[in-house]
Design a protein around this ligand. Structure first.
Ligand SMILES: C[S@@+](CC[C@H](N)C(=O)[O-])C[C@H]1O[C@@H](n2cnc3c(N)ncnc32)[C@H](O)[C@@H]1O
Length: 456
């Protein structure tokens, strides 16, 4: 494809993204699948341009107003690439697969933007930092004086992290298999099984991936799974297992021994988890869809699990490096609904944990206090929460046997990870331990949906 034809493909792809509520990464994949004729270089160039436009969304919007995808691209070429109007005109020829000739309005836009910086000093801070206005004060409150550094890191490109699947390989075997395809990753940050790949690779085509020697998983997500403290022989419930990212890591930590139950309300995600489990050689997992019978079954599991992981549905602000468009799809109403669901999940999960040392592990990939510290504080005030106490972060870290020092200070009761400090996605992990049941407490959470038994 010519450089100009790549620009037209970027306009087409941006238009598809703008016309659907679906996340951009899925739209990009579908777009590329439907255009098998595009070579690797073309795909990379178009994808990089489109992700760049998504990362510069608010700054470009400040210049173009409610600009069409075509106007945004024109603004990007002028402000980011520094083209002059003549060079821009040479790309918009209308010939072959090139974009149509510039309209008079577009020519005016190009002249107005020529020589301007992308983010002049008079641009409001929320636009400069690519943040919706409503979320800026919340992130500032959650992240303290470092907040600008963290939100700036959230708008950079995320690396590709892999986890060595200890059920099938060790580091050396995985590295040797990846080397067959000239993929030579570095160790990833913090998580012992993490490998970090530089640049874009077609991982799905590699033997290492097809045979389940490695899985794709951000190092922060790997760490969150390690902090659950799952071990061989335990009973573990992954309550919001989704497509199984953390379930696979938990099964690895358990060496396929013990009972691991993966639940979710989404049948589709659990189906994807099953496929991944087969590839990874996972054998100790039972999958439960939380439809009505699934919920009934779960209620009968009171006090049976050593570990219950709630990888809660959340606003996902910690993953904005990977999904730069997600910040514009999250609204205050959605956040309020999510926090209600997170609180309900904590109370529901609490009864599943064994008294006297069982642990409830609450994880989000959010940076907001409303989804993290505030949820834990509210839970500890509930009837169910009174049986729990937070385990100090340094203790959780030490028990996970991690070689790096704990990033949290003495006295912290949760672990926060951020792209600015740990170079992982943003995560929040709080571990709560259930105290021994005594007296009247002992029977308060044994409710079941089973019909009452007739008296003898
Ligand atoms: C953060 S994602 C899970 C990601 C997954 N654990 C992983 O590591 O790949 C949250 C999941 O919670 C599920 N979910 C939402 N509400 C739920 C509920 N009430 N009970 C169980 N799962 C729920 C969603 O379907 C979604 O798959």
């Amino acid at each position: 494809m010519t450089p100009a034809a790549r620009l037209q493909a970027a306009i087409d792809l941006l238009t598809e993204i703008a016309d659907t509520p679906r996340p951009a990464d899925g739209v990009v994949q579908g777009f590329m699948r439907a255009r098998r004729y595009m070579g690797g270089g073309d795909r990379r160039a178009v994808t990089e341009r489109v992700y760049g436009l998504l990362r510069r969304h608010a700054r470009l919007g400040w210049w173009t107003g409610d600009g069409s995808p075509r106007e945004r691209l024109i603004a990007d070429l002028m402000l980011t690439d520094g083209l002059d109007p003549a060079a821009l005109k040479a790309l918009f020829t209308g010939h072959g697969h090139d974009p149509d000739v510039l309209t008079p309005t577009e020519r005016d836009l190009a002249r107005r933007l020529s020589g301007q910086p992308l983010a002049p000093p008079e641009m409001p801070e929320a636009a400069r930092l690519e943040l919706p206005d409503w979320i800026l004060p919340r992130l500032r409150a959650a992240l303290g004086e470092d907040w600008r550094r963290v939100v700036t890191a959230l708008n950079t490109e995320a690396p590709l992290d892999l986890r060595v699947n200890a059920l099938k390989a060790d580091h050396d075997t995985a590295l040797a298999a990846l080397a067959e395809e000239s993929i030579t990753p570095e160790p990833g940050p913090l998580a012992p099984l993490a490998l970090r790949v530089g640049g874009r690779v077609n991982l799905a085509a590699t033997r290492a991936f097809r045979e389940g020697l490695v899985e794709v998983q951000d190092a922060g997500s790997q760490l969150a799974a390690a902090l659950v403290g799952a071990a061989p022989g335990m009973a573990v419930c992954d309550l919001c297992a989704g497509a199984g990212g953390k379930t696979l890591a938990l099964a690895g930590a358990m060496g396929n021994q013990g009972r691991l139950v993966a639940c979710d309300i989404s049948q589709g995600r659990l189906d994807r988890a099953r496929t991944r489990m087969r590839r990874a050689g996972v054998q100790n997992v039972t999958v439960r869809v939380l439809d009505t019978p699934g919920r009934r079954w779960l209620k009968r599991q009171s006090r049976t699990f050593d570990r219950v992981l709630i990888d809660a549905p959340c606003g996902g602000s910690g993953t904005w490096r990977r999904n730069p468009d997600a910040r514009w799809r999250l609204g205050e109403d959605t956040l309020a609904a999510l926090t209600t669901e997170q609180s309900a999940l904590l109370v529901r999960a609490a009864r599943l944990v064994k008294p006297g040392g069982g642990r409830l592990v609450y994880v989000t990939c959010s940076l907001l206090r409303e989804e993290n510290e505030d949820r834990i504080a509210a839970f500890l005030e509930t009837e169910a929460g009174r049986a729990y106490h937070p385990v100090p972060a340094v203790q959780v870290w030490a028990e996970a046997g991690l070689s790096d020092p704990c990033p949290m200070p003495e006295g912290a009761t949760a672990i926060r990870l951020s792209p600015a400090d740990q170079d992982t996605d943003g995560f929040f992990v709080a571990v709560l331990e259930r105290e021994a049941a005594h007296g009247a407490d002992a029977d308060t959470d044994t409710e079941t949906d089973a019909p009452p038994q007739p008296s003898p």
